[in-house]
Design a protein around this ligand. Structure first.
Ligand code: SF4
Ligand code: SF4
Length: 348
């Protein structure tokens, strides 16, 4: 198993992974339900976790709201690459006599929860596998962060019946997260609670990160249904400015209105399909991930790129452009009611 474990690590690295680790039933013992490998494979013994690096060169232009498509395309394709590696590796192991299950990098949710896929609960948490097997640390954001790429990674994994040799978590003292909270300052949705933390135990090791409020917040903002920060001074790549509620139970109502407007707005290039949506959606944010660079100066610079590059508006041909907050407000105010309703709440 030592030999097979090494071979698998080499296999995944040769496919472009920047970090690989192995977790087992033992090293995940006592974890939350989404750390239960047998959920996808009853005879599971281990999981192989890996990270693919996002292309750093596309991140500053994305944050500065100069180039949306390059980073979004990189993100979508890296997710596909991650799922593809998982499929190939699980076929490889199955043909060696070890039944295996490839985990999708994203967009695959449990159907047996109270609200089904609307609960957005993955089969297995790729983050838990990654931190327990030493692929990365938890940042305060709850994202997995790595020494060289920061949080700008796409995770992947397989679950297998092979009894592989586990790898250890990274030493806590090597975690570059200094609690700067720029992840939270870059998030219009308020997903991360600045005051409360989540504590989990995996195989006798404890991990903490900021408590996440309802995932609907990130779905609402990152999916592009709203994007204006509460300061009114900057936005994500979304041209919409529907309200972002303070309370979780207020999201249902605003989401409905914002989604109807979303479907009527001119379509733009790019995007991807989500099982809960009838049109392509665009990943208009991701800032908590791509701001969090290991180098503190770069991290500060990225936060400024995001917050000093203005507010995105949509032109009649569907194209998106960042303008000053004042010009954006003026543009919206000059629209007729029907057009305005595509971008903000219009009260009767
Ligand atoms: S942005 Fe700062 S606080 Fe947030 S995860 Fe990164 S280093 Fe930690
Ligand atoms: S992706 Fe955007 S909306 Fe979602 S948690 Fe990160 S910063 Fe917030």
């Amino acid at each position: 198993m030592e030999e097979l474990s090494q071979l698998i690590i080499d296999y995944v690295k040769s496919q472009g992974a920047c970090a690989v680790g192995i977790a087992t039933l033992k090293t995940l013992k006592g974890g939350p339900p989404s750390a239960d490998l047998t959920y996808v494979l009853p005879e599971a013994k281990s999981a192989v976790s890996f990270a693919l690096p996002l292309d750093q060169s596309h991140i500053p232009p994305f944050l500065m709201k100069k180039d949306f498509l390059s980073h979004e395309r990189d993100n979508v394709l890296k997710n596909a690459q991650s799922s593809g590696i998982a499929l190939q590796l699980s076929d490889f192991l199955a043909q060696k006599g070890y039944p295996s299950f490839p985990l999708a990098a994203n967009l695959k949710y449990r159907t047996d929860t109270p609200r089904g896929i609307r609960d957005l609960l993955p089969d297995i948490s790729l983050r838990y596998l990654a931190v327990r097997s030493g692929v990365g640390h938890f940042g305060l954001s709850g994202n997995v962060i790595t020494r060289n790429e920061g949080a700008a990674i796409i995770l992947g994994a397989i679950v297998t019946a092979a009894e592989l040799v586990p790898t250890e978590p990274l030493p806590p003292e090597d975690n570059y997260c200094d609690g700067c909270k720029l992840c939270m300052a870059s998030c219009p949705s308020g997903l991360m609670d600045p005051e409360k933390e989540t504590r989990i135990e995996l195989g006798g090791e404890e991990f903490t990160y900021s408590k996440r409020r309802g995932y609907v917040r990130c779905e609402y903002v990152c999916g592009g249904f709203a994007g204006l920060h509460s300061s009114g001074k900057w936005s994500t790549w979304s041209p919409a400015r529907f309200p972002i509620p303070k309370e979780e139970d207020e999201f249902k109502a605003v989401f409905r209105t914002a989604a109807k407007a979303y479907w009527k707005r001119p379509q733009t290039e790019g995007g991807f399909y989500h099982p809960l949506m009838k049109t392509r959606i665009r990943q208009t944010c991701g800032s908590c991930q791509i701001v969090c660079h290991p180098d503190k100066e770069e991290r500060n610079a990225r936060h400024k790129m995001l917050t000093q590059s203005g507010v995105v508006v949509q032109n009649p041909d569907g194209s998106l452009k960042a303008v000053s907050p004042e010009i954006a407000s003026e543009k919206i105010a000059n629209m007729n009611l029907e057009l305005r309703a595509l971008y903000e709440e219009v009260l009767p």
